[in-house]
Write a protein that binds this ligand. Structure first.
Ligand code: FE
Ligand code: FE
Ligand code: ZN
Length: 293
């Protein structure tokens, strides 16, 4: 089976999905991830059917299967915080519309940062997240929510298998809830990426490996257990190319999409350029070639 790998790409109001697909194809990717608008606001443009149609034509030509494409929710959604009920419901409605947008675009997966325990205990925060997702599922159909494994920066929730399990346990429609791993976040939360199979064993016994529907592949600027969440280019961080290459080619994760969220390169005051074409190529060839001069 072919490796399914891509990166996050932009989704502009002007070119919408067509721009995203063109960007992904320029990296020789066979999948991609995008935000349907700003990561920091709830403003969204109306989806242009013609652009979507053109984008699908290109996806078919370029070998991108829509079932591997991932949408990412904006960061402003924090379902852990239920101090203000009106606000909580506002975000339930906004996120429900976001799920409908995902469906309109022909995709079925949206990644969500579970939330941050502000104004509440971790216990309460986790319950608030499950409750919000149950409400969102009542208002929508089909689209799956992928809970992202977080670094544990500040009061971030979903920073261990147990916390993710606690959220999932309280969700009624298990068919629509899945997990998105993130190697930088896992490293920063204290998990050794060199021993990925032990992590998978533990994940499998507590949640079930079939719940892993996507992996964000990032190196980390910080040491294991730092709770920082700063992504680094593949092979230039504390995790390293070999450990990450083993994740990407792990037999037990065959067939799921791997998404790069590494930073653009701007070393030596040169122009910024995206690293994804090089990083994808290195993973396909399973050989690290230095692409930053
Ligand atoms: Fe994320
Ligand atoms: Fe991520
Ligand atoms: Zn991150």
């Amino acid at each position: 089976m072919e490796l399914i790998i891509g990166s996050h790409v932009s989704f502009s109001s002007k070119e919408q999905l067509l721009g995203s697909v063109n960007e992904a194809l320029s990296y020789n990717a066979n999948t991609f991830m995008f935000y349907t608008g700003s990561t920091q606001s709830t403003q969204r443009s109306v989806i242009n059917e013609e652009l979507t149609y053109e984008a699908y034509k290109k996806m078919v030509e370029g070998g991108i299967n829509s079932s591997n494409v991932i949408v990412h929710a904006p960061y402003i959604v924090n379902f852990a915080n239920r101090k203000d009920e009106d606000k909580y419901i506002f975000y339930v409605n906004f996120f429900s519309e976001e799920l409908s947008r995902v469906k309109t675009l022909g995709f079925d997966k949206i990644v969500l940062h579970p939330g941050s325990a502000v104004n509440c205990s971790r216990e309460e925060g986790l319950k608030n997240i499950s409750d919000a997702i149950n409400l969102v599922f009542e208002k929508t159909s089909e689209t799956k929510i992928l809970l992202e494994f977080m670094a544990g920066k500040g009061n971030e929730l979903g920073t261990s298998i147990d916390e993710l399990k606690q959220i999932i346990d309280n969700i009624k429609d298990k068919e629509r809830i899945r997990v998105c791993l993130d190697t930088c976040h896992m490293n920063d939360s204290g998990i050794d990426i060199n021993d990925f199979d032990s992590f998978l064993d533990s994940f499998d016994s507590k949640i079930g490996i079939s719940y892993i529907s996507c992996v964000h592949v990032n190196d980390s600027k910080n040491i294991i257990g730092s709770h920082k969440d700063r992504h680094e280019n593949i092979g230039y961080g504390t995790i390293g190319f070999d450990a990450l290459n083993k994740v990407v080619h792990n037999e037990r994760l065959k067939g799921i999409p791997f998404i790069l969220e590494t930073p653009w390169v701007n070393r030596n005051e040169k122009d910024e350029y995206p690293p994804y074409k090089f990083e994808i190529d290195n993973f396909r060839k399973e050989k690290f070639i230095d692409f930053i001069q």
